[in-house]
Design a binder for this molecule. Structure first.
Ligand code: ZN
Length: 408
């Protein structure tokens, strides 16, 4: 008789998820990190993992994070299991969540099951994946073992958008393996790339004066108009480009077939009173960089567009996560695709994320082949919104997919 396929325990999975949701690991400020990591340490220890609680040292936090909204320790977990295999699989996601907001029908930190879905902050982004992973490991390790050595990275501060726990791990050489699965994604597609992000800031300088004799001053706000016009001209050129990487199924449904680069002006600050000529105008925005572009080229392009203007200004860039792109023919992508197909019955579409991922920072730093697959659905999980939810079937299927991937 053939062996029964291993099956995750759905009730156990949902119980773990309920526990995880109850930790208010809201970032910023980044609360209850210690508590959730201690909980996870006991779970992974009980399955035979070696666990390391890794706190970002204060001097690194001060040098890299510079975000006054963050308080307390930046606590992260690495859990390792030697299966005696030749190759090591690194599995990552984050355990912090965005603040709940007011727009909820139920308590966001008490998981509620309703109409085939689990509701709660983090059900989809990304604690559901953690619960799926734990349920899969528990089923797998009961009587058999993983075909890879495992390195599980459960980190924090991803939702802050800057120097996350994963970036810290990457810089400290704590990410070691042959393949990497990032669970911080959707189950709509298999993501093999993402856009990079650069934030920019232009400060236009002028000279203040009484507005009744404004000809005696230099109006920094009015002087910023040609800067904005030059950026809008550049925006048109940039946004007519397309990556060869396909956009997500959700974006494809609204007519965006491939990843596209973006230039935005999103903030303007100038002036203190109607009758004072402003001496300073600060414009801010961001540039989304497709995998075919480089961060440096994207910055140089903005510099070049503003260079010829007769405006007294300073231009600053704050590079964030780089773009990411995997070779779709890499055998690791094929492995993951096959495991998904085994469970869902169809091979997932390979696509890219318009947003930027801290995973891309880690992939760039380590060179480990990576793909991104998670539990939520882009158009229905209400990620970062009220009533965040995940389909219970998707949670169970995710655990089954992991079993197909890790089992021999
Ligand atoms: Zn996430």
């Amino acid at each position: 008789m053939p062996d029964e396929p291993l099956c995750p325990d759905k009730d156990y999975l949902l119980n773990v998820l309920k526990d995880l949701i109850a930790f208010k690991t809201v970032a910023p400020p980044g609360s209850h990190y210690n508590e959730i990591i201690d909980y996870l340490i006991s779970v992974f220890k009980s399955m035979g993992f070696r666990t390391e609680k890794i706190v970002m040292p204060q001097e690194i936090f001060e040098a890299k994070c510079q975000d006054s909204r963050l308080t307390g320790d930046r606590v992260n977990l690495r859990a390792s299991l030697d299966s005696g295999a030749k190759e090591t699989l690194v599995i990552y996601t984050h355990v912090d969540v965005v603040p709940a907001g007011d727009d909820w029908s139920t308590d966001p930190f008490r998981m509620v099951l309703k109409d085939g879905r689990a509701y709660g902050r983090g059900t989809s982004d990304s604690k559901g994946a953690v619960a799926g992973l734990i349920a899969a490991l528990r089923a797998l390790l009961k009587d058999s073992k993983s075909k890879y050595n495992l390195s599980i990275l459960l980190t924090t501060d991803e939702e802050v958008g800057g120097y996350s726990g994963l970036c810290f791990f990457a810089d400290q050489g704590l990410i070691k393996g042959d393949y990497m699965l990032c669970m911080d994604g959707f189950c709509d597609d298999l993501v093999i790339g993402s856009n990079g992000i650069v934030t920019w800031e232009v400060t236009v300088h002028g000279k203040s004066a009484h507005s009744g004799s404004s000809f005696l001053g230099i109006n920094a706000l009015e002087k910023s108009l040609p800067v904005m016009e030059a950026l809008m001209t550049l925006k048109k050129a940039i946004q007519s480009r397309r990556s060869t990487l396909r956009a997500s199924s959700a974006l494809e449904a609204i007519g965006i077939e491939n990843l596209m680069p973006i230039l935005n002006i999103t903030m303007i600050n100038a002036g203190i009173k109607e009758n004072i000529v402003p001496d300073r105008c600060v414009l801010r925005g961001d540039r989304r960089v497709i995998p075919e572009e480089t961060m440096d080229a994207a910055m140089a392009e903005i510099e070049k567009a503003l260079g010829p203007l007769d405006v007294d200004m300073d231009l600053k860039f704050f590079p964030g996560y780089p773009p990411m792109r995997m070779n779709p023919d890499h055998h690791w992508i094929g492995e993951v695709q096959r495991a998904i197909e085994q469970i869902t019955g169809s091979a997932p579409k390979l696509s890219g994320a318009q947003g930027s991922l801290d995973q891309a920072y880690a992939t760039d730093k380590t060179g480990i082949p990576t793909c991104v697959y998670g539990v939520g659905r882009q158009m229905e999980s209400n990620i970062h919104a009220g009533d965040e939810n995940v389909r219970i079937d998707d949670l169970v299927n995710f655990a089954k997919f992991l079993l197909a991937l890790m089992g021999s």
